[in-house]
Design a binder for this molecule. Structure first.
Ligand code: 2AM
Length: 181
């Protein structure tokens, strides 16, 4: 199965993100219930690996986590394929992400060695990126560069299975891990 570990966006964060999606007005907006911050993309894993990982994730020491959304951007200005909203630097988030990747590697899941760049993808372009999108995106980036929001508390992180079909991705919760409150 294709799996990943992420923090789902709580209700308080969804409304400002939807406002950004409306402001963008192009691309395929990520469905409200799918908005998340990826901690580790696991790729294809076996049910046995998922189970071993679940046991490890449950032992991660947790602490309360407040996140702040800040600034929308694209990953690659030359060839934008997705638009995201970033998060203010947060040591507790980095610690959690470090524990999650260590847990995955600890059970033998081979993770890409990428710098952690916390973000919530709000829309994807896929192949549908042309001059009209370029114009809209340019306006959007200007209008949303200073976007910021009051912090919100995160209550959990989640191990998800991702299934891709022609309607887009479907994310199923395999297990949930509460964060300290
Ligand atoms: P994205 O939001 O930056 O697109 C579920 O698919 C999650 O895993 C998404 O948040 C997606 O990140 C991330 N993801 C999908 N494929 C990936 C890949 N090949 N490498 C890293 N992350 C990936």
């Amino acid at each position: 199965m294709r799996a990943f570990v992420a923090i789902p966006m709580p209700e308080e964060a969804v409304a400002p993100i939807v406002a950004l999606q409306t402001l963008l007005g192009c691309g395929r907006a990520v469905a409200e219930e799918n908005l998340h911050l990826t901690l580790a993309f696991l790729g294809e894993i076996s049910p046995a690996e998922a189970q071993a990982l679940d046991e490890e994730l449950a032992t991660i020491p947790t602490q309360p986590l407040m996140l702040e959304l800040a600034g929308a951007d694209v990953m690659d200005r030359a060839r934008p394929d997705l638009v995201f909203v970033g998060l203010r630097k947060n040591p507790a988030l980095e610690t959690l992400q470090h524990h999650v990747t260590a847990a995955a590697r600890g059970v033998g899941i081979d993770l890409a060695r990428r710098r952690f760049r916390p973000h919530v993808t709000i829309a994807r372009f896929g192949r549908a990126y042309g001059p009209a999108e370029e114009l809209r995106l340019g306006r959007f980036l200007e209008a949303s560069a200073d976007f910021s929001q009051p912090g919100f508390a995160v209550r959990e992180f989640v191990l998800y299975r991702s299934t891709l079909d022609h309607h887009g991705p479907r994310y199923d919760r395999l297990a949930e891990y509460p964060l300290g409150v």
